[in-house]
Design a binder for this molecule. Sequence first.
Ligand code: MSP
Length: 522
Amino acid sequence: MEKFYITTPIYYPSNKLTLGNCYTTVICDAVARFNRKQGKEVFFLTGTDEHGQKISQAAAKQGKSEIEYLDEIIADTKNLWELLGITYDKFIRTTDDYHVAAVQKIFKMLYDKGYIYKGHYKGLYCTPCEAFWTESQLVNGKCPDCGREVSAGEEEAYFFKLSAFTDKLSKLYKDNPEFLQPQTRVNEMVNNFLKPGLDDLCVTRTSVKWGVPVDFDPKHTIYVWIDALSNYLTAIGYLSDNEENFKKYWPANVHIIGKEIVRFHAIIWPAILMALDLPLPKKVFGHGWMLFGGDKLSKSKTVGTVECIDPRILVPEYSADAVRYILLREIPFGSDGNYTTEIFLSRFNSDLSNNYGNLISRTFSMLKKYFGSIVPEVKEDNLEASGTLKQVVASERANVFKYMENFDVSKSLISIFNIFSQANKYIEQTEPWAVSKDPAREQELKNIMRNLLEAIRVGSELLEAFLPSCSGKVLEALGCNAQHFGSDDFYGLEEGSEVKPVGILFPRLDITAELDKLSKLN
Ligand code: MSP
């Protein structure tokens, strides 16, 4: 069976994970579900990145131990993933014993191979971002990522010979332009980092206590990014007593990450893997951001907002599917996209309620009225509109498979909703209510209803990876099983079977009233 290993970044523990933070995880979930439906053996990894100075500072501020502080937040993060229907196979915490032990072994291996050496670090460190910078990388003397003050310091430290990988990484990008997507990110890596040549990377701190100690020199703790990136290996058992999953799943098919952490995944990570003599992940995909009033609401910056961006409020009000939809649909994959509560509510109405929801309710109620909810037989269907509908279904279905090869969830959803739009158009073109008046046209009416049901079936099967709850209900009502997914036959329903009612999937919203309600809940 084909294997598929997909990862999210491991999240910095924050009990204020907002919609933006959910973006990476929801994309990965849709991709994982889609690949499972294709019959692949999927391993979907997520987790939390729990070391570093700012965790200690935050815990101390609340008068808690680090682990007490972390346990509460991790529970909230896991609840959030459950709320959004995230089907991860493993949740790794970098404080897990097996991870700590394996990171120490990785560090030792790199040291033994001569890729890590001891020296002195003199430089500038941004504590909120846990990142070292050189003078030339600063923007207006501040951290280029978060715009905060950096502090100067000097200390004994270990270094990773990143400079030894400039040529190998340049070759990687030349020989394998698909490794990092989208292409704009490759240009960024090559022009900003590889062309000027890489500097060695400081990979330990003596001043940071909350971290993985270097076992052969315990006053040093391992740089959080080395610790964090290693999770992709340690989670599947690398250097543990049981390497079965590592052997089965490595190399990963894709690391999906936000664009601000591409440098770590597309320069440092492949260099570490090369140093360990391990194969590289097949792809790193750096997605864009969901912007709120032009801002990312990133981990280090907080901007006041009147928009409702809390999934803990939005999911109970509008469903997990609606929240997944806005994330997956509104951001052109690879680019940034804007969010406002109004955009969210409008999409809910136009796409979920008026297009998909309305198609289901019209079709199901006509089927009930004309054929007692029984799937009719199709015969001698030579309507031009039927041909067009079948053509659109086939080509959009093929598009979805093509787009999902490149993890393009947004284009996939556009294609799926084109199927539903075409089916709605088919109703207008064929006017079943008029056909039903003429008993001589009964077979034509059967054909129309059957074609509508099949278009709904194909679209819902495709949609299930993205919006699992509503499409799952529709598929269940249609009596579908998963086997159809791989087949491109237009006719897949069982003739004579009964279609069950589904109720209203997405009740149409009064946007002004909802905005008012949300502003009070927010
Ligand atoms: N801990 C590191 C990752 C280590 S991986 C070895 C980290 N964590 S994070 O919590 O700050 O970010 C997790 C993910 O959330 C990233 O992919 C990041 O891009 C994503 N997002 C956070 N805010 C976002 C938006 N507003 N929009 C889209 N994604 C954003 O970085």
